[in-house]
Write a protein that binds this ligand. Structure first.
Ligand code: LLP
Length: 430
């Protein structure tokens, strides 16, 4: 699953003790394992190899430019949702011709930026956006390549905030309307400036079954065939991201399982396949290390008051997500065989792990069995590599955490800790 392992009672990231990293770089600290990032990317690449897909790593998941560079070296293209993400990809030396742009409400400025760089695919969310893309492409003297994002109305069986392929969500164009959109566009003047050559769908995130993909891809292929029958040739199918990571042990599927279901559907169609995985690659490749500042009793509860919380990892507060938490140096008696929810150890105590933010949504975990932890102790919050740092804020004016990338026995600071000056810099000289 990943290269964070307990050895003789101490947590290691690859070859380095996490406690040493915390001492060297301070806390709160995001630590990423390069080996895990590479391993997960390669698992996908090899499972889907028969389709020769363009694998566009979803930048929103973990967007540090050093991590983008690592994945680019592995062969990844990128899935973007904003001009800012395009900027990051360019900084990381990414090739725009291997990027797709799926912003839900792209601004003219973002579209112009993307046109100037020459992206592989604009994933279009509405009729108006398509018209606007044609207009801006004409103005820029470019011909854009685009796909219509369709909403296949399937239930991905995930948290409702992460379901994006159901009819009631804001995403994509309803499948029934999609055919008309293609036909009308083919007959319009805009077709000179936009090659509308693809069908895109992204049905959600943290998906742990194959059926929703089979349903969505089957519907997308039906549309491709119907369009073909009407003389509109579709060359590209982008089936999005969404493959789940491991949070509690045992719920995520391997890349092979998704590939076994999807490759037979898509092989031999002649379509160019794009996929947009994010969490599958980065989710298990990062931890957040936080230091317990105080331990206190309150009512009938015991609180570990930490230097990190919802401002650095908002997933527990926003989605009720489970992140496994365990001391960085628990000692041999408390070294877990595996990281699973409520692993029963004699001598653990039930605690809430909370942060310094002034609201009650600020927790990383509730009612957790943890070994006794004292003031100054370090905790590892696991599976924090996806949607951790990218969703972090400076709420309550806490500077952002530092980020470190470990490869074997080498640790590299890839983002310095935020400072008080960083907090006020954009407010100076205005
Ligand atoms: N493609 C598109 C168009 C997307 O909107 C997303 C994620 C992805 C690809 C990548 O999905 P992945 O492979 O990582 O599942 N903040 C939430 C997750 C939101 C997902 C947003 N879209 C969380 O913390 O769980």
């Amino acid at each position: 699953m990943d290269l964070f392992r307990y050895r003789q009672g101490r947590l290691y990231c690859e070859e380095l003790p996490v406690a040493d990293l915390a001492r060297r770089f301070g806390t709160p600290l995001y630590i990423y394992s390069a080996g895990t990032l590479r391993r997960h990317y390669r698992k996908l690449a090899s499972a889907f190899a028969p389709l020769k897909p363009l694998i566009c790593y979803s930048v929103k998941v973990c967007s540090n430019t050093h991590i983008l560079r690592l994945l680019r070296e592995e062969g990844a293209g990128f899935d973007l949702v904003s001009g800012g993400e395009l900027y990051r990809v360019l900084e990381a030396g990414g090739d725009p011709a291997r990027c797709c742009f799926a912003g839900v409400a792209k601004t003219d400025a973002e579209i112009r930026f993307a046109l100037a760089k020459g992206l592989r695919l604009f994933n279009i969310e509405s009729e108006e956006e398509l018209e606007n893309l044609a207009h801006l492409a004409a103005e820029a003297g470019k011909r854009a390549r685009a796909a219509v994002r369709v909403n296949p109305n399937v239930d991905p069986k995930t948290h409702r905030y992460m379901a994006t392929g159901k009819k009631e969500t804001k995403f994509g164009v309803d499948l029934e309307r999609a055919e008309r959109v293609f036909r009308q566009f083919a007959a319009s003047a805009g077709a000179r400036h936009v090659s509308l050559e693809g069908v895109h769908c992204h049905i959600g995130s943290q998906i742990t079954t194959v059926e929703p993909y089979v349903q969505a891809v089957t519907k997308a292929l039906d549309l491709v065939r119907a369009l073909g029958g009407a003389g509109i040739e579709i060359t590209t199918l982008d089936f999005g991201g969404g493959f789940g990571a491991e949070y509690e042990g045992g719920q995520a599927l391997d890349a092979e399982a998704f590939a076994c279901a999807l490759v037979p559907l898509l092989e031999g169609t002649g379509l160019e396949i794009v996929m947009e995985p994010g969490r599958f690659i980065a989710g298990n490749a990062g931890i957040l290390v936080t230091q317990v500042q105080y331990v206190k009793a309150g009512g009938d509860r015991r609180f570990l008051l930490c230097d990190s919380g919802m401002h650095h990892l908002i997933r527990p507060a926003l989605y009720g997500s489970y992140h496994h938490i365990w001391p960085v140096d628990p000692g041999e008696d408390f070294t877990p065989a595996q990281r699973i929810r409520d692993e029963a150890f004699p001598g653990t105590e039930v605690v809430d792990v909370v942060g310094p933010i002034c609201e009650s949504s600020d927790f990383l975990a509730k009612d957790r069995h943890l070994p006794p932890v004292r003031r100054g102790g370090l905790l590892a919050v696991f599976s924090a590599g996806a949607y951790g740092m990218t969703m972090a804020s400076e709420y309550n004016s806490f500077p952002r955490p530092a980020e470190v990338l470990v490869e074997e026995a080498e640790a590299r600071l890839i983002r310095r800790r935020g400072t008080y000056e960083d907090l006020v810099a954009p407010e100076k000289d205005v």
